[in-house]
Design a protein around this ligand. Structure first.
Ligand code: DON
Length: 304
């Protein structure tokens, strides 16, 4: 498979289409980005790396960081994790409160905001220096030393994060948050503020394409079965209330953030990260979705 030629072709085609998306505006700092940015980077498990466009420019990965948080919590708690968060698609927006009341504060899945509040709470209870330990975990997935939280983005979201404050307090009322909500929220806003570029993102996700082992130093992060389960969750829940659409059109497990990033995993083959900041009405990158649909169709590789 000549990924280089295929990515170049699809990139130039999608770059020129009308972008029907809009920048995320509910986190003020996310508007301070060049809305025309568009980058793509692929990393394969036989060590081929290729990127185009703004693939070396850092952006706010937002919800994509939820996959790293889940991976670390799963490696610590094992199957007991699923007593605190379920594994069903929600069919509702990523920041919805609606199911929590009738479902007794147990979030539908770890990728909606409610689920990541519970995952954050678990990390707070199990890490000595939660923010530092979590950042070191992320960096260790691919010897990426250049990755940081953005205080600017975290503070911007904290100032207006009323829905997250409501979600976290509501779950606390059901007893499914053990720490102080203010501490959980601080950790959550920081994890969402992580910044990296498409190259770093595709490399950091390789362990999920490689049975739970990092590619560079063959370190085991998750068991083979755990890695499969995270991929299954990304397939069914990674795009919130657009997860069915993404599976239908792109056919890969993946995850997306309101900074306009999308990462997708083809188990045993490759990871691919796309960044284009304008979002469709479900909060997923408009061009990112279009690029991946075209790329997976033209590559004719499929997990099905
Ligand atoms: O909590 C929020 O609303 C954001 N920090 C993250 C949401 C997000 O990225 C959902 N993705 N499309």
């Amino acid at each position: 498979m000549n990924f280089e030629e295929l990515i170049q072709n699809v990139y130039h085609k999608i770059k020129n289409i009308d972008d029907e998306g809009n920048l995320a505006s509910y986190i003020p700092e996310l508007k301070n980005v060049d809305s025309e940015s568009f980058g793509v980077h692929i990393s394969t498990i036989d060590n081929f790396n290729f990127g185009v466009g703004n693939c070396y420019e850092k952006f706010s990965i937002q919800s994509i960081a939820k996959v790293f948080a889940l991976s670390l919590a799963y490696s610590i708690l094992g199957e007991k994790l699923w007593e605190r968060v379920k594994v069903e698609p929600s069919g509702t927006a990523f920041n919805s409160l609606i199911q929590l009341e009738v479902e007794n504060g147990i979030p539908r899945n770890p990728f909606i905001n409610a689920g990541t509040h519970v995952v954050s709470d678990i990390l707070l209870s199990n890490l000595n220096n939660p923010k530092e330990d979590f950042l070191n975990f992320v960096k260790s997935l691919s010897n990426c030393s250049e990755i940081c939280y953005s205080n600017r983005i975290a503070t911007s979201e904290k100032n207006v994060g009323y829905r997250n404050v409501a979600l976290c307090n509501f779950i606390k009322a059901f007893g499914n948050i053990k720490n102080k909500p203010s501490d959980v929220l601080d950790f959550y806003f920081n994890l969402c503020s992580l910044e990296m570029n498409c190259e770093e993102l595709s490399k950091l996700f390789l362990f999920l394409a490689n049975d739970g082992f990092t590619l560079e130093d063959n370190k085991q992060i998750l068991s083979k079965s755990q890695a499969k389960r995270i991929n299954a969750l990304m397939q069914t829940c990674g795009f919130y209330d657009e997860s069915g659409e993404f599976a239908f059109k792109v056919r890969l497990p993946g995850n997306s953030g309101v900074g306009g990033g999308i990462v997708a995993v083809h188990p045993k083959q490759y990871t691919i990260a796309v960044w284009s900041p304008k979002l469709n009405e479900k909060g997923n990158s408009y061009k990112g979705m279009r690029f991946l649909e075209e790329f997976t169709t033209k590559s004719e590789l499929s997990i099905f």
